[in-house]
Design a protein around this ligand. Structure first.
Ligand SMILES: [Zn+2]
Length: 120
């Protein structure tokens, strides 16, 4: 389980755990959509099994973003006197934008690992 989590965060192939899934190394300081390899450079495992394969990862990305927003709200709320201060909204927006590239990568990696062939 811990190895799977490390492999997901390292963006390695779900099949061989050697090849990289994404072109760029850093998920941060990288604005724009991350570039994915078509297949693994080590074992030639194809990542996009069919057209629109990563459509479901979009829903995972949404869930991760909502969870981050709620966590940011709860943390930021501690620093304000009012129960709901409107100054929290730009803080949440900043966190969402800062983690956007990381969230896309994470959601796609989770999607790949959820539907990998475990019988192989
Ligand atoms: Zn591989």
């Amino acid at each position: 389980m811990a190895h799977t989590l490390i492999n997901i965060l390292n963006n390695t192939c779900p099949h061989c755990h050697e090849g990289k899934v994404f072109d760029e190394k850093s998920p941060f300081l990288n604005f724009g959509f991350p570039k994915m390899h078509k297949s693994c450079s080590h074992c030639h495992n194809k990542y996009e099994k069919e057209p629109g394969y990563f459509f479901g990862a979009m829903y995972m990305n949404y869930g991760i973003t909502v969870a981050e927003s709620i966590a940011t709200f709860v943390i930021a709320q501690q620093f304000f006197t009012e129960r709901f201060d409107l100054r929290i909204i730009p803080i949440i927006a900043f966190v969402i934008i800062f983690f956007a590239s990381f969230n896309i990568r994470l959601s796609r990696m989770l999607w790949l690992y959820m539907f990998k062939n475990y019988s192989m």
